[in-house]
Design a protein around this ligand. Structure first.
Ligand code: NI
Length: 173
């Protein structure tokens, strides 16, 4: 098994209301899932990489906050502008900055609860056509619908939670 992809890679799905509702629930419940995944881990465990050469548990948690702050902005731009160009960022360098080293992860968990409340609310009760709105990703050189993005971030949250839960299983923590 590839430890980088404990739940596999993102597989885009055709539009359905049922799938959309599931993905929206993934966004809604991610902060609680992540908080449960780190419950009772001590400092040494939090500093353990989830795989050789990978991020440690702290970096994974702070990365989810970094990524989803960007995601929220991408959705807000996509909902209010025509095919806006979204802003890539250097996620591995973000994960090396001092906040990631120095700030306790419960701060990022708190941030995620607040952020996901706003994000989930912004996406609730959108008219069906809103999910066909697009953003342009300049590195992928690709237009992405908001529906595609929703699925990719639903996956992204579960993907990183699984990094931590699969580490715990392997280590019998
Ligand atoms: Ni990620």
């Amino acid at each position: 098994m590839d430890l980088r992809y404990p739940i596999g890679k993102y597989e885009p799905q055709p539009f359905s209301d049922k799938q959309k509702r599931e993905w929206l629930q993934d966004i809604q419940f991610l902060p609680g899932m992540l908080e449960a995944a780190i419950e009772n881990l001590d400092e040494k465990q939090l500093n353990t990489p989830y795989r050789e050469g990978g991020w440690n548990v702290k970096q994974v948690v702070h990365h989810v906050a970094d990524s989803h702050m960007n995601a929220y902005i991408r959705f807000k731009l996509g909902l209010t502008e025509n095919n806006p160009t979204i802003r890539p960022y250097e996620e591995s360098l973000w994960a090396e900055l001092n906040d990631v080293k120095a700030v306790p992860i419960n701060i990022s968990i708190t941030l995620l609860y607040a952020l996901h409340t706003r994000w989930h609310s912004a996406l609730l009760n959108l008219p069906a056509e809103a999910w066909n709105r697009t953003v342009f990703h300049p590195e992928a050189k690709k237009e992405m619908t908001l529906y595609y993005l929703l699925g990719s971030y639903a996956w992204h949250g579960r993907h990183h939670v699984a990094h931590i839960t699969s580490l715990r299983e392997r280590m019998r923590w």
